[in-house]
Write a protein that binds this ligand. Structure first.
Ligand SMILES: Nc1nc2c(ncn2[C@@H]2O[C@H](COP(=O)(O)OP(=O)(O)O)[C@@H](O)[C@H]2O)c(=O)[nH]1
Ligand SMILES: [Mg+2]
Length: 309
């Protein structure tokens, strides 16, 4: 089996071609030779292009520049290592603790986010992951708003042989959550998939809050996890979105999807800077196994084209 790192790195390849190119060039053409102002400029452009934002980009560039001032023989690989370590510093605390899954029965995880961000796919992938870990999982189909949503999650549940509680189109989403909790009682994990109408419409926030209230009738501390699922290819646009959801709902974590198909995977840094909550998983494709735990080291190394240390 391929190592986690290679899977992560392959998944991120489309995120990082510019980085590979730059450091490939700096490390290749310049290998044994000096880094120069032009390659630093190119790096700066690439960082902006990948949506790392001003703060993070400047921190990375300034630190490489400072090292370059001290050592004019600095090579591409050295610059990449500095960049990766600055990025790791920005993301300090972004990894969840190992025992993040508590011992409530069930632990309730609510996935929220705008339409198309990847909630339903992530619900299925997460369910499969827990099942692979020997956990008893129930999924709740609380996107009753879109007609196709029920079918989509049903198909996943059948394919992965996961227990699903669902209702009909336009049913009360909170009622589905209530029933699903009952079905998940004394089981390990309940994953609640929700609707994603635009966050600017307060009725979605109301619906999400109602789901939470209903879950709390069963267990005051539920949902134990409220994760925002963010489409990583949306770049910096997703930061504002994340802030709104956080204000309305009080998020406890993030899942960043579609990092396999974008050149803008840098928004992770901006979102983390803004919200300061852990990034639990990253989505690296559309298959059940394409959900990987987020680790700062793997992400930073992949962005800067470094091998696993
Ligand atoms: N390439 C890629 N596609 C993804 C990923 N996660 C979800 N998708 C796709 O994004 C689309 C929307 O996903 P969906 O789960 O329906 O989003 P939802 O509206 O938030 O429930 C679907 O076509 C998914 O297959 C990912 O990590 N990588
Ligand atoms: Mg959905």
């Amino acid at each position: 089996m391929r190592s986690f790192f290679s899977k992560f790195k392959d998944g991120l390849k489309k995120t990082t071609p510019t980085f590979y190119k730059i450091f490939g060039r700096v490390g290749g053409i310049f290998s044994g030779k000096k880094l120069d102002a032009a390659s630093l400029e190119e790096l700066e452009e690439a960082l902006y292009g990948a949506d790392f934002g001003v703060e993070t980009t400047m921190e990375i560039i300034e630190e490489i520049q400072a090292a370059y001032k001290k050592d004019k023989d600095l090579r591409g690989q050295d610059a990449a290592r500095i960049g990766a370590s600055v990025l790791a510093r920005v993301l300090e605390g972004a990894e969840p603790t190992e025992d993040w899954l508590g011992s409530a029965r069930p632990e309730v995880i609510c996935l929220i986010g705008v339409n198309g961000s990847g909630k339903t796919t992530t619900t299925a992938k997460l369910g499969w992951k827990f099942k692979e870990d020997g956990k008893d999982v129930v999924l709740a189909a609380c996107d009753t708003f879109r007609a196709a949503a029920n079918e989509q999650i049903k198909t996943w549940a059948e394919r992965l042989d996961l227990r699903l509680v669902s209702s009909h189109h336009n049913a009360d989403a909170a009622a589905v959550a209530f029933d699903a909790y009952q079905a998940a009682k004394d089981k390990d994990v309940l994953i609640v998939d929700t609707a994603g109408r635009l966050h600017t419409k307060s009725n979605l926030m109301e619906e999400l809050k109602k789901i939470r209230r209903v879950l709390q009738k069963h267990d005051e501390s539920a949902p134990h996890h409220s994760w925002l699922v963010v489409d990583g290819s949306l770049g910096s646009n997703s930061i504002e979105q994340a802030r709104k959801f956080h204000e309305a709902f009080g998020l406890t974590g993030l899942i960043i999807t579609k990092l396999d198909g974008t050149s803008r995977g840098g928004a992770i840094a901006g979102i983390y800077r803004e919200l300061g909550i852990p990034i639990y998983f990253v989505g690296l494709g559309e298959q059940k196994e394409d959900l990987q735990p987020f680790t700062v080291k793997n992400y930073c190394n992949a962005i800067f084209g470094l091998e696993e240390a």
